[in-house]
Write a protein that binds this ligand. Structure first.
Ligand SMILES: [Zn+2]
Ligand SMILES: [Zn+2]
Length: 447
């Protein structure tokens, strides 16, 4: 019976041996970026790799998701999931963007499927899997980036999805019902090799539509009703509220105009926006979302336009499980050295949002970061320079943490399961999110 340390060394050696192949997966996905719920090529690649590795899997979950399941050979125990996110962003100026769709891996998710595969190479090594109890579930999840809202609303209307984030939809589908805890490694361009800790913002996603009346912009503008002006007034009103946002609530309010009119010679009658309200706690989120809705109403009222706001349940704040974080931190330090590991306090909020936060409401998990990127996240210059860190070190650290959890009869995993106190059950989560979904309509002409 090998020691835990010997098992970790066996996993590291197995990953090291197949390093080029594992990094190759990341490079292939980088060259084939696909946005949320359209990740067909990436999904096929995952299924091909699972097949080659002898991992039984189920595909087609929330359109493109893939769930594998590997049995430890030392008896029953909890199930630990290792995730990779399938989707890219859209950044047209990115060096590796798709010419047709504008999709680009400007958040480094192409490294995640690879570091998930790498972790599986490690835990499935002969001197390792024989001595693990319970199960390991590698899961490729669609649509973490909450973008292209209008297209996802169509998918929802067609009955293909209900929630617009991949892990949200997986929770609804029951994909995580036989999973007890989870982990993922996300790339970062900050100055560390491996990092963990901190939280993230919750958010509300808004699809906003102003409807006015078209008319000849030169000949009869007085006959029109300018929906673009309504939107402009709304944006000014939102900016006028910024002084009310408290620093400790890490509020971010931002958005894009997705349609500003159809022809320059006509008064714009159909104007749409995708908007985002983020806050670090749910009370602030509800309050700030209401303020922003009021601002959109103000725009409609000013010109007498019709307004429709579709409020879509976004993500919830992140929560790292303390025991899993401690195990991961120890492994990270052993792997890359103490100075190259960053541990953030649980209260540190980076300002972004992730659907790992949604899953953290119902089960213990960790969301570590791996360095190796340069540039600004979501920017045209965000690229991976050091795949050894972003893929290989991340894979090894996750494999080592799975070993800690599932070796020795899965003692540690059982302890995590017994002591973690998730704020919600799956049913409470679904109820909470469904109650946040609403369509606000306002008639500015009769306001
Ligand atoms: Zn991102
Ligand atoms: Zn990301």
């Amino acid at each position: 019976m090998p020691t835990i340390e010997e098992m970790k060394q066996a996993a590291i050696a197995a990953i090291e041996e197949r390093k080029e192949e594992i990094i190759g997966v990341a490079r292939t996905i980088l060259q084939n970026p696909e946005t949320g719920f359209t990740e067909q090529k990436t999904s096929r690649l995952v299924q091909q790799k699972f097949g080659e590795m002898g991992i039984p899997f189920q595909g087609g979950l929330a359109i493109t998701g893939v769930k594998g399941m590997v049995q430890g050979k030392a008896g029953p125990g909890p199930t630990v999931a290792v995730f990779g996110e399938l989707d890219s962003l859209r950044v047209l100026e990115h060096p590796f963007h798709d010419d047709v769709t504008g999709a680009a891996h400007a958040c480094g998710h192409h490294c995640q499927v690879a570091n998930m595969m790498g972790a599986m190479v490690g835990v499935m090594a002969p001197g390792v899997i024989d001595h693990l109890s319970g199960r390991i579930a590698p899961i490729a999840v669609p649509a973490e980036e909450f973008i292209e809202v209008e297209r996802r609303m169509r998918l929802r209307d067609e009955g293909k999805i209900e929630f617009m984030g991949g892990k949200q939809e997986f929770i609804k589908l029951g994909v995580f019902d036989d999973v007890d805890m989870a982990m993922i490694s996300h790339t970062s361009s900050e100055q560390f090799k491996l990092g963990i800790g901190g939280t993230s913002n919750g958010h509300v996603v808004k699809f906003v539509q102003f409807t006015g009346r078209g008319a000849h912009a030169g000949g009869a503008p007085h006959m029109g009703l300018n929906a673009l002006n309504a939107a402009m007034i709304a944006l000014s009103a939102i900016n006028a509220n910024r002084e009310t946002f408290r620093d400790q609530d890490t509020v971010r309010v931002h958005g894009i105009l997705t349609r500003g009119g159809d022809a320059v010679s006509a008064v714009p009658s159909n104007v749409t926006l995708e908007w985002r309200v983020r806050s670090g706690n749910l009370d602030a989120l509800v309050g700030n979302s209401g303020k922003v809705d009021r601002c959109f109403r103000a725009g409609a009222l000013a010109v007498g336009a019709q307004l429709s706001i579709t409020n879509i349940p976004g993500y919830l704040p992140m929560r790292n499980n303390a025991i899993m974080q401690e195990l991961y931190t120890r492994n990270a330090r052993e792997l890359v050295g103490e100075d190259a590991v960053l541990v953030r306090p649980a209260t540190h909020n980076g300002g972004g949002s992730t659907d790992m936060g949604d899953l953290a409401q119902i089960m213990p998990l960790i969301h570590p970061y791996c360095g190796g990127a340069t540039g600004t996240g979501h920017g045209a210059d965000y690229v991976i320079k050091d795949y050894d860190t972003a893929v290989i070190a991340a894979a090894k650290a996750m494999a080592m943490t799975v070993i800690d959890l599932l070796a020795d009869g899965a003692q540690k995993a059982r302890e995590v399961k017994a002591t973690d106190r998730p704020p919600m059950t799956r049913e409470q989560y679904l109820k909470f999110q469904r109650e946040r979904a609403e369509v606000v309509r306002f008639d500015g002409a009769n306001g």
